[in-house]
Design a protein around this ligand. Structure first.
Ligand SMILES: N[C@@H](CCC(=O)N[C@@H](CS)C(=O)NCC(=O)O)C(=O)O
Length: 327
C-alpha cells in the first residue's frame, strides 16, 4: 500500500504532532529522521527548510503542521479530531494555536536557556542526524547545533526580561492542565481533539529535557506521553462539563497572554517595526516581531469569521477575554 513519508525529528514538536495525528487516524506512513542520506529527497520536496515535511505517495510535499492536519481531516474524516459542536471545535482550534505559538515559547525557552538543557538537546539532535557516527563526529555536530539554536531563543521572544513571564505562564498552564485532566483523559473528553495535538506535542518535548522533565505534574505527563500514540476511549464532553476547568486556561493563558501578544506581534509586522512592546496581564513584554505568527493569527480570525454569528461561542470567548482579539 502506498505510504506517506514524514521527514521529522524526535526533538521537533511539530514533527511528533503530525506523527501522532497520522497514528491516530491510522494513515500508513514511514517516519524518516532527516539525515545527510535523505537530504536530497528532503530538498526536492520541501518549500521551507523545516520539519516536518510530509511527502504524499504522489510525490507532493506538504509543510506546516496545522494546515497539514486540516487537509487530512477533510480527506480522512474518521476518527474525527474536532467535536461536532462548533463552539467546542473553535475552542479546540484556538487551543491548538495557543500550543503551537505560545506553548512553543515555554518549550524553546527551557530547552535552550540553561547549559544542561542545551547540551542534552544538542547531543540528541546530533545523534539523530548522524546515525552510527563516531562520538567525535557527534560531538562536533552537537557543538554546531548548539551554536545555531541558542541564539534563536531571542527569535521566540525569550530574553532576561521576558523569562519570568514565560516561566510563570508555563507554571500556570501546567497547573490548569493538571486540574482539567484530573477527571478526563484528553482536553475535550475521552478522545483526543485538535488542541491535544498542539499543546501535547510541546509539553512532550519539554518532558524530554532535564529541566523541563522536573516541571510537569503527573497527570499532564501521562497525557502528553499518551498523546504520542493517542486512542479514542469514548466521546467528547459538552461545554458545561468542560467549562469549570477549561475556562481558566482560556481566560488566563489564551485571553490574558497569547492573544494580546499575537495581536501586538501582527501589528508590529504590519508596521514593519523593529521591536514591539505589549502589556500581558500586567507584565511588560518586549520582542522583535515574528513573521510566521502574524499569518496564523489571520487564519484564526478567518476561522472565527467563517462561523458567522454564534451567540454561544461569542459569549464564551467574551468571558475568556478572547473575543476582541478575534474580530
Ligand atoms: N509552523 C511549522 C513549524 C515547523 C518548525 O518550526 N520546525 C522546526 C523544528 S520544530 C525546524 O524544522 N527548524 C529547522 C531548523 O531548526 O533548522 C509547523 O507547524 O510545521
Amino acid at each position: 500500500m502506498a505510504r506517506y513519508r514524514i521527514f521529522g525529528s524526535e526533538l521537533s514538536p511539530y514533527s511528533v504532532k503530525v506523527r501522532a495525528y497520522f497514528r491516530y487516524k491510522g494513515i500508513a506512513h514511514e517516519w524518516l529522521t532527516r539525515t545527510p542520506d535523505n537530504e536530497a529527497e528532503f530538498k526536492a520536496h520541501a518549500r521551507l527548510p523545516l520539519v516536518p515535511l510530509v511527502v504524499t505517495p504522489e510525490g507532493e510535499g506538504l509543510q506546516d503542521s496545522t494546515p497539514v492536519i486540516e487537509r487530512f481531516e477533510a480527506e480522512v474524516p474518521e476518527p474525527a479530531i474536532q467535536p461536532d459542536d462548533p463552539v467546542l471545535a473553535f475552542l479546540s482550534a484556538l487551543l491548538e494555536e495557543y500550543g503551537d505559538e505560545w506553548g512553543n515559547k515555554h518549550m524553546f525557552h527551557y530547552r535552550w536557556r540553561d547549559e544542561a538543557d542545551q547540551l542534552s538537546a544538542a547531543d540528541r539532535i546530533a545523534r539523530s542526524m548522524l546515525p552510527g557516527a563516531s562520538d567525535d563526529a557527534v560531538a562536533e555536530q552537537a557543538r554546531g547545533v548548539r551554536e545555531r539554536m541558542v541564539p534563536r531563543v531571542w527569535f521566540v521572544g525569550s530574553s532576561p526580561e521576558t523569562a519570568p513571564i514565560i516561566e510563570q505562564s508555563l507554571a500556570r498552564m501546567l497547573e490548569l492542565l493538571e486540574a482539567h485532566l484530573e477527571s478526563r483523559r484528553y482536553l475535550f473528553g475521552a478522545r483526543p481533539a485538535f488542541a491535544d495535538f498542539g499543546i501535547g506535542a510541546q509539553v512532550w518535548q519539554l518532558s524530554t529535557d532535564p529541566t523541563g522533565a522536573g516541571l510537569i505534574p503527573p497527570r499532564t505527563l501521562a497525557w502528553c506521553r499518551e498523546m504520542q500514540d493517542p486512542k479514542s476511549h469514548g466521546a467528547f464532553e459538552t461545554w458545561p462539563a468542560l467549562e469549570p476547568t477549561l475556562m481558566p486556561l482560556l481566560a488566563e493563558e489564551v485571553g490574558g497572554r497569547f492573544l494580546p501578544w499575537s495581536d501586538a506581534n501582527a501589528r508590529a509586522i504590519a508596521e514593519e517595526a523593529e521591536e514591539f512592546e505589549v502589556d500581558l496581564s500586567g507584565d511588560r513584554w518586549v520582542q522583535k516581531p515574528q513573521r510566521y505568527h502574524a499569518r496564523s493569527l489571520r487564519v484564526l480570525r478567518e476561522r472565527y469569521a467563517r462561523l458567522g454569528e454564534n451567540a454561544e461561542l461569542a459569549q464564551v470567548l467574551e468571558a475568556a477575554g478572547c473575543l476582541n482579539w478575534l474580530r
